[in-house]
Design a protein around this ligand. Structure first.
Ligand SMILES: [Zn+2]
Ligand SMILES: [Zn+2]
Length: 100
């Protein structure tokens, strides 16, 4: 197994646990989910053309900690939510920043 195969195997475990669907909830990415799905989750599913990303369930972790997280600490999110979550995180960080 090379690195990519390992990463893909881990991704599949996380995506399968997510039921093959984006796990972004409510407004985590800045969009309101759940109006159509009724369970507060984004309706986008995993596909070959647009595979779901796996990200830490907790936002704001530094990359070095994030890569060592167990599969249980990761969630699957779609492309749009991934981008939205990153932007929301940056906004939060900017808001929390205080001049020294
Ligand atoms: Zn999504
Ligand atoms: Zn979302």
């Amino acid at each position: 197994m090379n690195g990519w195969e390992r990463a893909e195997a881990v991704r599949l475990v996380i995506v399968t646990a997510a039921g093959g669907r984006c796990e972004c909830r409510d407004r985590e990415c800045g969009k309101v989910h759940g109006r159509k799905t009724g369970d507060g989750r984004c309706p986008v599913t995993d596909s070959v053309v647009a595979p779901l990303h796996t990200v830490p369930a907790v936002t704001g972790l530094d990359e070095h900690k994030a890569v060592r997280l167990a599969a249980e600490a990761m969630i699957a999110v779609c492309d749009a939510c991934h981008g939205g979550r990153l932007a929301a995180e940056r906004k939060q960080a900017a808001a929390a920043w205080e001049p020294p």
